[in-house]
Design a protein around this ligand. Sequence first.
Ligand code: FAD
Length: 542
Amino acid sequence: MMPLRSYLIIVLIAVLFSFTYSSIDTTTHEQNFLQCLYSYSHNSTSMFKVVYTKTNSSYSSILQFTTQNLRFASKTTPKPLVIITPKQISQIQTTIICSQNHGLQIRIRSGGHDFEGRSYVSEVPFVIIDLTYFRKITVDVEKRTAWVQSGATLGELYYTISRKSRNLGFPAGACPTVGVGGHFSGGGYGNLVRKFGLSADNIIDAHIIDVKGRFLDRQAMGEDLFWAIRGGGGASFGVIISWKIKLVQVPSTVTVFTVPRTLEQNATKLIHKWQYLASKLDENIAINIVFQRINSSKKGETTLLAIFQSLFLGGVDKLIPLVEQKFPELGLVRENCIEMSWIESVLYLFQFPKGALPEVLLNRTLAANSPRNIYKAKSDFVKTPIPENGLEGIWSLFHEDGAKGALMIWFPYGGIMDTISESEIPFPHRKGNLYHIHYQVDWQQEGDEVEKLHINWIRKIYNYMEPFVSKSPRVGYINYRDLDIGVNNIDGYTSYKQASIWGAKYFKNNFKRLANVKTKVDPLNFFRNEQSIPSLVSKGHK
Ligand SMILES: Cc1cc2nc3c(=O)[nH]c(=O)nc-3n(C[C@H](O)[C@H](O)[C@H](O)COP(=O)(O)OP(=O)(O)OC[C@H]3O[C@@H](n4cnc5c(N)ncnc54)[C@H](O)[C@@H]3O)c2cc1C
């Protein structure tokens, strides 16, 4: 047997060798890549100003600026060799070409809200294209359209529309720091979804840079690719620069309400009933439920708080009879309701403090209204109401230690979502879905033990929910990315069959068409990540 000392020396040499080898390898990659960037740029001085390597003093702050999930901000998280914050389209084109030439992967980041950090983390050498400077928004009130660049946030978009008209809005998510690029390309839903559908349902043109570095609009990219980027996840197809959207008509006065109920206040019965009616209500109203664990009035115990939160596109006089007729158990009274403009409702529903000005929507660094957290999320769709005893099982899970910092949002579907075909765009979760569930658990303290506690908890509640949610397959929503449901190989080829494990869950039958589009536009699978659409070319990798 080899003496322990000799063994340790061999191990040490091997480690040193592999370290030296990989650092040389990485440095060479990086230098060749940089040389390529500068030599192919129209203007190498302006390129130089938007390129950040690890030796640049701003590298870390730029990386962290939109790293929204601190689960991917630790010392051990793989970091990009280079970050590029392009200001010109040609800089994106050059980055795409040079990354291919030098074997580097690209991660495209708009707002950085990817739940699994896939816009700024990769296990193989990579560069980030960070679209922070692509944030222009132009609104055409007459035509009720706007062009919005991918790096803009939803808050910036809502604000800009509202400055032009009180009666125009756009259906998208509630969190103002979410980026347009990821949100639109994955679908995008919020409080207007029942009336107007997803963000992606309201896109009428787009500009993309493809794998060959070509700048393409809708006509040039063709209807297949235009279909794919509206809900199929942009990162599989290219860098989407901007989107032309159809604005929607909102009334001058909308009404919001928030009605909190604890379990002791009969929340279970209300939630049970809500499941039967929320997706069938008039499409002008969306009543969501936000679930949180709170301290109970009994010392040392916790209870569950269900917050019924609503946006109604109209005045309080119409809202009250509507809710009274269909959901009298809620006990909604005029005092619960506040009339306001649509832009004010955006602030209200995101829980900005009373009196906050719409300008807060321009704050790109405010993450979920509080300091950034470490978090994990999952999603489900429900097609049949969960019985009361099933609900009670959920509540009991919320008392466990791992549920500290847990949150669930139940979001009703129905309305226009029932009338749009499953294959209209890649997002297939339409008719027959009563509501969407967003599970999330947040924590602040770093460390494997704490992480394990919370991640185990969210997996446990997800397992518990299996009998109550969609089946064959159990579906999810790509914008609530969850790597637990299946991943591609870290590098190299992934078969269609393997990718279908997660792909069918996000896209159902649309997954095949997405793979066909991918094969046509990026056969060698350059734009790839852990959940990117696979190319059907069997050697679809370099
Ligand atoms: C706090 C919070 C609140 C949320 N609220 C909602 C909500 O109300 N409704 C809802 O539907 N979703 C919501 N989401 C989910 C959100 O829509 C997705 O995470 C979305 O993908 C984020 O977009 P982003 O640009 O901020 O993220 P990024 O992390 O920048 O990107 C997400 C994905 O899209 C790709 N991508 C980004 N930009 C481009 C581009 N220009 N071209 C090609 N690919 C691109 C990235 O590479 C990555 O794969 C929320 C997420 C968080 C963290």
